[in-house]
Design a protein around this ligand. Sequence first.
Ligand code: URA
Length: 261
Amino acid sequence: MKFLPAARRGTQDALVDPRKALKDHLADWRSWGVDAVPRALVASTANPPPVSAAASPAPVAAGPNPEAPAGAASSPDLETLRVLVASCTACALCKTRTQTVFCSGEPSPLLFVGEAPGADEDATGEAFVGAAGKTLTKLLKEVGITRDQVYIANVLKCRPPNNRPPEPVEVAACAPFLKKQIELLNPKVICALGKHAAFSLMGWEGSMKSLRGSWRTMDGRWVTATYHPSYLLRSPGDTETVKTDLRGLVDKLTSLGARLP
Ligand code: URA
């Protein structure tokens, strides 16, 4: 039994158990890869969605939306953009994700951009909560920065299967989201984590050894790169180098007259 909008329901349908009809309807959506529904469908306005721009592990998505990236440019705020991202079916990753991963942290003048969610992020809906995230948190702490002082996003908002590197078509599909996320967040300093993020953000190629520590500007923001925390799990010998780079981010903010919250 398919649930029909009220306007299309006949008298016969009025006898259908609305709970079952809704359950069937949601099962259809789930089979299309949708894992959440608009809050307006399930809650009264006495229970409004959170206004925080930070990550929420349970994004409230509209129906499947292959055109979502095209709508990013007109998102008025981060929360609207997060909901739009949650509805995205523009590339094949929507079929294998558990949920989209929008960010971690609160708005900040310092933005980190990683590559893509891994298994832990896919499960929780928050960026950098797995092993790489723990490494990042530890290093930040060692240079005097807490996780809640920075904002972390990814190039891709969906997990690539088996954590494989992003495909160009996926990066292209997701790019309008990151672009708008940066515009709305308006950070002063951006640090790409790893070469995939550096390439996607700035078209930077070459080794991280040659890139790290160098700065460019993009739309009036300062952008640099350092090794991805996952790389450090394999090559801990570069840990001090990353800490030097993290201190450099704070120095850059200070030189711009900006402070971490
Ligand atoms: N690696 C990333 O690049 N991003 C995450 O969110 C987690 C691991």
